[in-house]
Structures are given as C-alpha cells and as structure tokens.
Design a protein around this ligand. Structure first.
Ligand code: GLC
Length: 746
C-alpha cells in the first residue's frame, strides 16, 4: 500500500493569525516593561550603597544553617544569617533549602530591605525526577520534549525552594575529551540552540511571574567547549568568525527566547577571561544580542581573575569584572569587600554599580518576586505529578537512546529470546544517573536495565561478570554464555567520569570490555552492546564485533525502563547522534562540520586511515565510527527525488522518504549545506534544517524543509556578513550520507 502524504510547514491561514499576534502583544508588553523599569528605579532610589552592593552578591548557602540541623527542609536558619538577609547583605543565595526555609528567607528580606532574593541551584537534568543528561536529550532532536522537561523541572525546583536554575548549558562542544560535553547539546550550534531555547521556554513559561516557573540561565558564555586540548577551564583561542558562526548562535537563540540570566564562563577568551571581557559582556551580549537580564559569575570566577594573572588582588578583580559587565558575583566577596573603595577612588563609577543593580532588580521583578516573594506550595504541588514526571523521564530515555547497529535483526529482542545480561552497571540503577544528578531525588525510580528487560517480558539472567574499569571474571562470564544465545553487555564508563572537572585524555572504553566482547563472539553468541556514559567514546573494535549497538548515554532515573523499551521494541528507535563517535582519543576534536583544507582527507581500501599527504592520521581514522546525525530504526527507509528550490528568501529542500521495511519508523530527515566558494574556508557540511516524519510500513512521505536563505550565510572576522552564491546540499539521514545537489542561493 503506497500512501502519499504531504507534510509541509505552517499553512497560510495560521500565518495570518501569527502575524497579528505580535502587534497585540507589543502593546501589553510595553506597558509591563515600563512598569518594571519604573519599579526598578523606585527601589534603586531608596537603597543605601551597602544595600546596592548586597544585591550583587550571591552567598553560599552552607553558611545559612545551624550545623546540627536535620534534613534540608527542617534545617534551622541561623539568626545571624536572617539578620544579614533583613539588612540586604545578599541579593541571592545558592543552594536548595526547601520551601519552608525559602519562605523564611523571603519573609526576612521583605521585612528588612524589602527586596526578595534569587535562590538558585544547578537543576541541570534532575530535581526530584532525573532525566537523561543533556547530551542524551539532545539526541531526541525533539523541541517539545525539551520544553516539557523544562516545565516539569521548574515546578519541582520551586518545591525544593529554588526560583532560579543554572541551565541550559549551551556550549557547542567538538571535543569528546572535555568532560562537560555531557552537559550540552553536542557539536552542532543549531541543535544546541534549539534545545537551549526550548528549555528556557519550559523553565520560564509564557509568564515567568506566574508562581509556577523559574528563571533560567544560559551558560557558559562563551566558547567554553573550545577549551584547548579538551581540558576543562583551559584557555580558548578562536577567530571572531568562529565565535560568531559556531559558539554565539545558541546564546542568540536563548536571548531571543527571553532567558533571564547568563553565566560567563571560567576560561580566558583570546587572552581575556570571559568574566572580565567588555567585548563579550557589553559589546556583544548586550550591544549586539540585546540581552537585558543579569549576568551571574561562575563559581568564584571573579576571584579567579587573580589566577588568570589579569588582577593583582580581589579589588582589581572586582574592578575588572564589574566594569566589564558582570552583575552578580557567585560566592566570593570581591564586590562586597572592595566596591566601596573602588567607587570612592573613581575606579568604578556609581553608574556602573547602579546599572548592575538595575539588571538584578529587573530579573526579580520579571520573576514576580516582589509581588509574590513566597512560594505557594499548594499551588505548585497541584501541577506536579510524580508519576507523570517519571513517565516523562521514561519517554525522554526512550527518545535519547540511539540504535547504532543492528545486524541480522538481533534487535528488537523477541519475547522468547534467552538472554544473558552482563556488566556491573546493568544492575546498578544509580549508574543510570548523570553528572548533574541531585543526590536527594525523591522521584527516582531506581530502575536498572535488568529491571527494564524483565518488565518488558524478556527471559533474562543477569551475572555481573565484569566491572567497567576492572577485570573480567572469565569463569562467571563463561557460565553466563553457556545459558544464552544472545548476550546483552553493558559497556561504557561510570557517570562520575564525565561532567565538570572530568576531562579525559583517553576516551577508549576502560577495563577489559573489549576482551568481554571478544569472548562473547568467540563463543558464537550474538552480542548486543549497550553503551552508557556521558561523552562520545572510542570503541571501533567493539563496533566491528557487536551484532547490535545501542548508545544509552546516562539515561536518568527511569533510564532502565526507557532503554529496555527500545531494546525490546516496545519503543521504536528515535534518537540520532548530536556528536561524532570518534575512532580514537588522538583524533579529538572530531566533528563532521570541520573546515575544508587544501588537502582534504581521502579514504580508500588501500588507505583506510586516509591517503598520505592529505589531512589525516597515519594510525587512526578521521572517519567517525558513527557520525553526527546517525541513528537506525527497526525498519529501512529509502530517500528519493531529492531537490532544492529557492522561493524568494526561502530555500526549500524536498525529498520523498519511503518506509521499505515491516515496522513503523521515525525518520529524521536532515539538511546539510556546503558553500562552494566563500571568502573564508567553510565547513565541509553544516546542518541547516531537519524534520522528523513518522512512516508506517510501505508509506512514502513527501517532506519539505524550509530554510531562510539568510541562514546559509556566515560572518567573517569583524562581523561582516556574507551570503555565498552557490551551495552543495545533502538531504540525508546523517551528516556523511546523501546525494550532493547544487543550487544557487540567489
Ligand atoms: C560550577 C559550574 C557551573 C555551575 C556553578 C554553580 O563550577 O561551572 O556550571 O552552575 O559552578 O554550581
């Protein structure tokens, strides 16, 4: 049965409605905006200098409570701390202290200085419920899912006593050695930016002041993912054009989504630490992107200007940071201890201090804190459904899982299959977590992959047999192999080895995992490798040996269920990589969108690593083991009739995709372009659009992806924008396949 279905963009009638909306909205917004600004000025006018400085300090929550206090919500706040709050000594507190303490703090603030606090924490992918790490979530390419997770995290954060979260992390990352690649959207500005903007919309809601949403924070501004050597906190050197074409776009999208706050990064950028860079914080962030929220330093990043060697002491650091446009200092007291002297001496103007305070107050007004400083626990609890959030976490785990290989149809596992499950983390629910899990998650399902396979009806017998970083118990492994035809082996690395401060020089699978794979195959068993971890890892040999490979990342508190659902076919494979899986540590940074060279690497049977005198390695392949955008379904999908046409300022990429298999398929059609000629060398391919299409067996869909022609352009150094005339395009299922199509952009 052949069914032609037309899947286009928004129709004309809808466009008319959307056109009218902004005019209606502007009127209302203008009124609110004027109201906020006048209220900001009113508060600012009555503050003492000390109270102004207080607004620019985020204090470390641990100083708040009596040491012998009980659990978070039962903690007793120190009276001395509450006295400081009344006096307006802090504008913010970092840490979760529960609703009761949150409300006590806000009551004290309103009784005293009359300014409520921002109470922030790192709810990155978990609060009470733990979702997959952001790098996994990115692989869903699903804006609606990201937004829904943002909404759910906002309400749970309020119930934990926080009105601000330091997320989304939208650092484009090419280098798998960098541990923080786990926290972002991967190597593509477009996907990273869409995920960041969707999370902002979910966290902040349509009305950030509705008492159900919180302030978001786009971080780490900017270029952190380019830390030299993939080494955390290391220097970043890049051309202005690279900044504008690769690392800035996600922040532009977050600002356009209305992100309330931005966190400058730790590193130095072309020699100037981000925390002290007027170019980045004032000229670009506020001048070009139009950001009018507040900036919060990273942890102690103001004080660390001394370590960078650009400040002699805390006073120098405070002067550099606040003059560059850093509004609030996280935990260190450089502002608190030095601004009075700096203003008196003229090194910092009163206007600079006032402007920073305005930015802080503006966010507090936009968050509605002056109108409702306390959390209405009943109102928030009414919108939080733990079972619903666990189901959302399970959906997210399913959609983040990527099927990388499936030879001989070994997957999905049939109900009758006798399966051996091996590897320590297959029975360890805590290892489904990720680098920013919150230790005290109350809505954590404790679901292991073993639990998931059993729940999905698989006849599975578990034996540990090996640990990821240890030796294999060959006797136990042999016993396991003797009883089963199919072996599901949990590979990868523990989540503790990714995330902040976890850069790795080696990204190969540790321990004796290859030996395990070799043993399984030597015994003639089918091998299903399920790879867990917070970064792309290098496992080319296992990729060769395994019959099936599933990239499960750190799938979160319901990850055991979600990953098993994909392996058993209860859920169709949905995920597509947003990073390249490199062949070895030494090829990092490995990314599909690398710039062309005068001698692009060429590969052949004779030159698997690349022909000599081309840009390649003589001992490892520059080809990704699995490239950006890649992921399989349990069916087969064919592309035909690829075409490009330009309609005015829109390029339309069209293709027919056919499900030629026997199962439903969720296909992600991707559009890549390369500028055939430009004034600077450009990426060999760049993602410019994508569309997901559900195909039942035998169905053919005509897909059209509309891309603004302007988005095909790029910036040269100094900000000059250039739109080349002709391009090569690929409409394909991943970043390395597809037929080239020439087209003229204008
Ligand atoms: C950390 C991280 C940042 C986090 C902040 C507060 O060092 O760099 O992402 O939000 O400190 O915990």
């Amino acid at each position: 049965m052949k069914k032609e279905t037309e899947k286009k963009g928004i129709g004309v009638c809808k466009a008319a409605v959307w056109l009218a909306m902004p005019f209606l909205a502007v009127g209302a917004a203008f009124g609110e905006l004027a109201d906020v600004e006048s209220r900001v000025e009113e508060v600012l006018s009555r503050l003492t200098f000390e109270q102004k400085v207080g607004q620019l300090w985020q204090c470390l929550g641990k100083d708040m409570v009596e040491p012998a206090s009980g659990d978070m919500s039962g903690e007793t706040l120190k009276e001395s701390f509450l006295a400081d709050i009344r006096a307006g000594r802090y504008g913010s507190v970092i840490g979760k202290r529960g609703v009761a303490n949150y409300n006590r703090i806000q009551r004290a603030a309103m009784e005293g200085v009359g300014i409520p606090l921002l109470i922030g924490n790192d709810m990155i992918h978990s609060v009470r419920t733990c979702y997959p790490i952001p790098l996994a979530l990115a692989c869903s390419w699903d804006e609606d899912l990201w937004r829904r997770i943002g909404e759910a995290m906002a309400a749970e954060s309020l119930l934990e006593g926080c009105n601000w979260t330091f997320t989304p992390m939208i650092d484009v990352a090419f280098d798998a050695r960098w541990g923080r690649i786990a926290e972002g959207g991967g190597s593509e500005p477009l996907v990273t930016g869409l995920m960041g903007a969707a999370l902002v919309r979910g966290l902040q809601g349509a009305d950030m002041a509705d008492g159900l949403h919180i302030a978001a924070c786009a971080k780490h501004y900017v270029g952190y993912g380019a830390s030299l050597g993939g080494r955390d906190y290391n220097a970043v050197e890049m051309a202005d054009s690279t900044l504008r074409n690769v690392y800035l776009p996600p922040f532009k999208m977050a600002v356009e989504a209305g992100v309330a706050t931005v966190m400058p990064a730790f590193h130095s950028f072309n020699g100037v630490p981000c925390s002290a860079s007027k170019y980045l914080l004032r000229d670009i962030l506020r001048g070009e992107l139009g950001f009018d929220g507040m900036t919060i330093s990273d942890w102690a990043a103001v004080k660390e200007l001394v370590n960078h060697g650009v400040a002699a002491d805390g006073a120098d650091a405070a002067e550099s940071a606040i003059n560059a446009g850093m509004d609030m200092e996280m935990v260190t007291p450089c502002y608190a201890e030095n601004l009075a002297r700096l203003v008196k001496s003229g090194r910092v103007s009163m206007k600079t201090v006032d402007d920073a305070v305005r930015n802080v107050l503006r966010v507090k007004f936009r968050l509605g804190l002056f109108d409702h400083p306390e959390i209405d626990e009943a109102k928030v609890s009414a919108v939080v459904d733990p079972a619903e959030n666990r189901a959302l976490a399970r959906e997210a785990a399913r959609k983040s899982t990527v099927l990388l290989k499936n030879e001989g149809g070994v997957l999905p596992l049939g109900k009758g299959a006798k399966v051996a499950l091996v590897g320590d983390i297959a029975a360890n629910a805590w290892q489904m977590m990720g680098c920013w899990n919150t230790k005290d998650m109350s809505n954590f399902e404790n679901a292991t992959l073993l639990d998931g396979l059993k729940a999905d009806g698989i006849d599975v017998e578990y034996s540990k047999a090996y640990t990821l970083r240890g030796r294999v118990d060959t006797e136990e492994l042999e016993k396991a192999l003797a009883k089963a035809d199919i072996v599901v082996a949990a590979f990868g690395d523990y989540w503790e080895n990714s995330g902040e401060g976890n850069s790795s020089a080696k990204i190969e699978l540790p321990g004796e995992q290859l030996k395990v794979a070799q043993t399984i195959k030597a015994r003639g068993r089918k091998l299903v490798a399920v790879v867990f971890g917070g970064r792309p890892m290098a496992f080319p040999e296992i990729a060769e040996l395994a019959d099936a490979i599933v990239m499960a990342w750190n799938p979160g508190g319901s990850g055991g269920w979600g990953v098993a659902d994909v392996i058993t076919g209860i859920a169709e494979p949905y995920g597509r990589l947003t990073v390249d899986m490199p062949s070895a540590s030494g090829v990092c940074p490995q990314f599909y969108s690398r710039t062309t060279t005068g001698r692009p690497a060429t590969f052949s049977r004779k030159h698997p690593f690349g022909r000599r005198f081309t840009s390649c390695y003589n001992d490892a392949s520059l080809k990704a083991v699995y490239p950006f955008g890649y992921g399989l379904t349990y069916s087969t999908v064919a592309y035909s009739n690829e075409a490009v046409r330009v309609e005015g300022d829109t390029a339309v990429f069209s293709v027919d995709v056919s499900n030629t298999g026997s199962r439903d398929a969720s296909e992600l059609v991707q559009v890549y372009v390369h500028a055939d000629k430009a004034s600077i060398a450009r990426p060999r391919r760049e993602l410019k659009g994508f569309r997901r299409v559900a195909l039942s067996p035998g169905e053919t869909a005509h897909v059209e992806i509309r891309v603004a022609v302007k988005s095909l352009g790029f910036f040269c150094d100094g900000g000059r924008f250039e739109l080349p005339e002709s391009f090569t395009a690929w409409i394909a299922p991943d970043s390395e396949s597809g037929r080239p199509l020439q087209f003229a952009a204008k």
